[in-house]
Write a protein that binds this ligand. Sequence first.
Ligand code: SAH
Length: 239
Amino acid sequence: MKTKVCLQLLLLLILISLWFNAKAQEMKFENMRINMVVDQIVKRGIKDSLVIRAMENVERHLFVPKRYKKYAYHDRPLPIGEGQTISQPYIVGFMSEHLKLNSTSRVLEIGTGSGYQAAVLGEICKEVYSIEIVKSLQERASYLLDSLNYENVSTFLADGYLGLPTYAPFDAIIVTCSPSNIPKTLLEQLVEGGRMIIPVGNTDVEKLVLLKKQNGRISKQNVLPVRFVPMVDKRGISY
Ligand code: SAH
């Protein structure tokens, strides 16, 4: 009888210490996230309060593989498997801010990857549609986004070069892989007054281009030199 009570007490103590450990880890990540937003986002000039709040809310460490979790809030991209990467936090903030999003926006993302950028968009926008060409990444991101209750974010396994005509037009389009030229199909899927941000080029350094559709015309502005993975077709050949 005595041994049984002792064992039960021991089990209880183990459970309590596991719970405290998990809580402490969570608070550590939360502190790291707040520091990331202050140092890498706000201090570098991102002002859009919706973007700042979204990046405070989304737990980036959930979107990276276990062995990289300790670097989840560092100022760098990280490998997510299949030779792909989750973008540097600043680039996520920078691209999101340039789309001028709000709670009525319908957004298309090309390159779901880990699903992190889609989650940030999901915090801000009404509807997010995100396309990924690699099956294992699309499945993993879809599962994670569902388990985090992003009901306004839908992922699709498809070639994003073609956009998503069934759900077009979109208020904004964000492309997180780099083609050598701007896909016309994507521009056609923008609303009048819509914005698209896209890395263009397939050398070592690409340029991030901001496009605006006004009175049926497209204006173009280079906003930042960047490095992105290439946009590829279903055979893996770069566009
Ligand atoms: N936004 C992602 C990072 C994306 S990395 C995140 O937050 O984690 C770029 C992604 O684009 C990769 O996952 C790659 O597989 C995908 N990709 C490349 N070409 C594509 C295409 N034609 N259509 C859709 N996705 C593509």
